[in-house]
Design a protein around this ligand. Structure first.
Ligand SMILES: *Cc1c(COP(=O)(O)O)cnc(C)c1O
Length: 433
């Protein structure tokens, strides 16, 4: 068997890691070298097990290697791994679209497939612009929130509100106005942010193609949670001013906030909804943009054509697995089963408020987060000390700067969750002493 050292040597010589200062990495990083992942655990080449505190960047909602998903993938791989989706259809894509529309917020009956969260958002942006174009309107700008994260393409980067991620591309991007975040620490009720958003839509709606938001929680900017009332009011205001709104449920969808979709908690349906990550159970890249009849209608006129489509659009492997994810949610009643775990996370993070060095905590559904400093953002270094402590104790707890959070697989057992929360507590205590 190839040694850990040989793997790390090849890695450090050739791999460019995401969100990683490579200069420091090649000199002194000791990366986890994983061999397997099963259930809630990552297993390294020496057989050490780590609880996957963030479901591998929020994707593994049903844990790793769920037998039903593995079997669905195997079955489809033997039959038809991939074909194009232009003028061709097949059972996995067609039935997935129907099943997805059936569980989506009401009114989202049309499904466009792509590869990952970024392309789901990129497609939604282009659909909004194309919709305006077909209607002969000059509405070309987007509105997003401070601290927003919507993915990595240039289009998505322009929506992004994390200044650090955006800066190298600031002069390149699509025009986007950023409205105050309703989830920042100072304005936790979101009242002032809502007022600002309403003012913006009322004053400038005529030039806005769409408002894009991560519903209820802004993940990448530090698990900023905000109230459902903000979303309900935003939806109402957009409708009143004929402004489209796009719900980016790439992170929040598939039970992360305790319900299938975050939009459900506000009782609202967006004009477009983006889903990825949990959508294919963390097994392989696959995404969808769900579209309302209103947005789709002009594309049914004459020769109107959305000239957009990725090579792997509707990929049968991804589609077969995504169907199985929905079947597991239905048959194993995943959303009912997580409720006690949501409560355990809420109680633990309520308690963590009293830990030394903790500035504030919050939770929502299967998300718990704590801040170790006052707003030092993504470059904070205290969170990384907790990361090291947690790694020693058997959890992979990658922080967002000085925000330490858990977003475990929804299928994590109560015992595993207790263990994870105990590791969070012990690791935070360890760096304070
Ligand atoms: C992760 C994420 C994306 C980007 O998804 P990728 O699959 O990484 O391209 C977009 N929006 C939100 C809210 C996300 O959390």
């Amino acid at each position: 068997m190839i040694s850990r050292e040989a793997i790390v040597r090849a890695d450090k010589a050739h791999v460019w890691h995401p969100y990683t200062a490579m200069g420091r990495y090649v000199v002194d990083a000791a990366p986890l070298v994983l061999e397997r992942a099963e259930g809630s655990y990552l297993v390294d080449v020496d057989g050490r097990r780590y609880l996957d505190a963030n479901a591998s960047w929020w994707v593994a909602v049903l844990g790793h290697g769920h037998p039903r998903l593995v079997e669905a993938l195997r079955r489809q791989a033997e039959r038809m791994p991939h074909v194009a989706l232009a003028g061709i259809t097949h059972e996995p894509a067609a039935l997935l679209a129907a099943e997805l529309a059936a569980v989506a917020p009401p009114g989202l009956g049309r499904v466009f497939f792509s590869d990952d969260g970024s392309t789901a958002v990129e497609a939604a942006m282009k659909m909004a612009l194309h919709y305006r174009h077909l209607r002969g309107e000059r509405r070309r700008r987007f509105v997003a929130l401070d601290g927003a994260f919507h993915g990595e393409t240039l289009g998505c980067t322009s929506l992004g509100g994390v200044e650090l991620f955006r800066r190298p591309f600031a002069d390149m991007v699509v025009e986007c106005v950023h409205a105050p975040s309703p989830g920042s620490g100072e304005d936790s009720g979101g009242a002032r942010a809502l007022e600002a958003m309403i003012e913006l839509v009322e004053a400038e709606g005529e030039s806005i193609a769409a408002v894009v938001v991560e519903p209820l929680v802004q993940g990448a900017s530090g698990m900023r949670v905000y109230p459902a009332s903000y979303l309900a009011e935003l939806a109402r205001t957009c409708r009143a001013h004929d402004v489209l709104w796009i719900a980016d449920e790439v992170f929040t969808g598939y039970g992360r906030t305790g319900t299938m979709w975050a939009c459900e908690r506000a009782g609202v349906s967006p004009d477009l909804l983006c889903t990825a990550k949990g959508f294919s159970g963390g097994m392989l890249p696959m995404a969808a943009t769900l579209v309302s009849e209103r947005v789709f209608a002009p594309f049914l006129e004459g020769d109107a054509t959305f000239h957009y489509g990725h090579s792997y659009c509707g990929n049968p492997l991804g589609a077969a697995v995504a169907r199985e994810v929905l079947a597991v949610f239905r048959e194993e009643r995943v959303l009912d089963a997580i409720q006690p775990r949501c409560r355990a996370i809420a109680e633990a993070f309520e308690r963590f408020r009293g830990l030394p060095g903790v500035v504030r905590t919050r939770s929502l559904g299967m998300i718990g987060a704590l801040d170790l400093t006052e707003g030092s953002g993504y470059l904070g270094t205290v969170g990384w000390r907790v990361y090291e402590e947690a790694r020693r104790r058997g959890a992979w707890l990658r922080p967002l700067g000085d925000t330490v959070y858990v977003t475990p697989p929804l299928t994590i057992s109560s015992d595993e969750l207790d263990e994870l929360l105990a590791i969070v507590e012990a690791s935070v205590r360890a760096i304070a002493s």
